[in-house]
Design a protein around this ligand. Structure first.
Ligand code: ZN
Length: 262
């Protein structure tokens, strides 16, 4: 999980990380973390002609929500720096009282954007690897399962009577994708445990799940799929299974630049 890795960042690193995330979200950075004096200003960014004052809070030790006392005179600070908007960029949440205060800024015509830990965790998987590598070590290990909780969709082995989730951390090393050519010469897309599919992988082409979770390898696999479907008639369920696989792999995909499968 990124959460623990986020809490390992220093407050200063958190500000740099905030800058990278905001840039990734399409903001222009006017005043970056190193330039911002400590008068309640961490950064000034702009998007769609609106300038925002960014307040970064990183309670990495206490993990306590940011409260009203930690964010004083937001309105004054925003006006003082000639901004029209305010961005709360917190590695934790905000107290109810602070959320109310932030909401009241909107009534005063200030454009407010709140980015809390949950949002950051959602944004991280959409960022490029080389940026994340500045902050996180061994990303492929912590990157497993970018979708958490209720949104996660397992991919069940197609082997008969097997119910294993082949994209789970435990099963990835024992799982593969391949093709089965039936007696009518049409080709089926199959995935599952290596043991369960041993007798069915009748095409010379196959790949490991641990391999195609690397985006470069997934691109290679795409061309393999194009090749086999040009050689054999795809079975009616071929593209359904190919789509299910791609959807599942997206959940564990290792972004570009995070190393290659060896
Ligand atoms: Zn199986």
């Amino acid at each position: 999980m990124y959460q623990e890795d986020i809490y390992r960042l220093s407050p200063n690193e958190w500000e740099w990380f905030a800058q990278d995330i905001l840039f990734h979200l399409g903001f222009i950075v006017h005043v970056g973390p190193s330039e911002g004096a400590d008068d309640g200003l961490d950064m000034i960014v702009e998007r769609n002609n609106v300038k925002y004052l960014v307040s970064c809070k990183h309670n990495h030790k206490s993990k306590k929500s940011v409260g009203v006392r930690d964010e004083q005179d937001i309105r004054d600070r925003v006006e003082q720096h000639k901004c029209k908007g305010f961005i709360a960029f917190y590695s934790v949440g905000a107290t109810t009282a602070l959320k109310k205060k932030i909401a009241s800024l909107e009534n005063a015509g200030i454009d407010v954007i709140e980015i809390y830990l949950d949002n950051v965790l959602d944004i991280i998987p959409t960022m490029v690897g080389f940026v994340l590598q500045k902050y996180f070590q061994r990303p492929q290990e912590i990157h497993h399962q970018v979708v958490c909780g209720g949104d996660y969709k397992p991919l069940k082995c197609m082997g008969e009577g097997c119910d294993k989730d082949i994209i789970s951390k435990e099963q990835i090393p024992y799982s593969l994708v391949g093709f089965y050519i039936d007696n009518k010469n049409s080709i089926h897309f199959i995935y599952g445990c290596k043991i369960c599919l041993a007798d069915y992988c009748t095409s010379p082409y196959w790949a490991e799940i641990g391999q195609i979770r690397y985006i470069e390898e997934m691109l290679n696999w795409r061309s393999v799929v194009d090749k086999v479907t040009s050689q054999n008639e795809p079975a009616p369920d071929f593209y359904k299974h190919w789509a299910l696989l791609q959807e599942a792999i997206l959940q564990i995909q290792i972004p570009q630049g995070w190393g290659r499968w060896i």
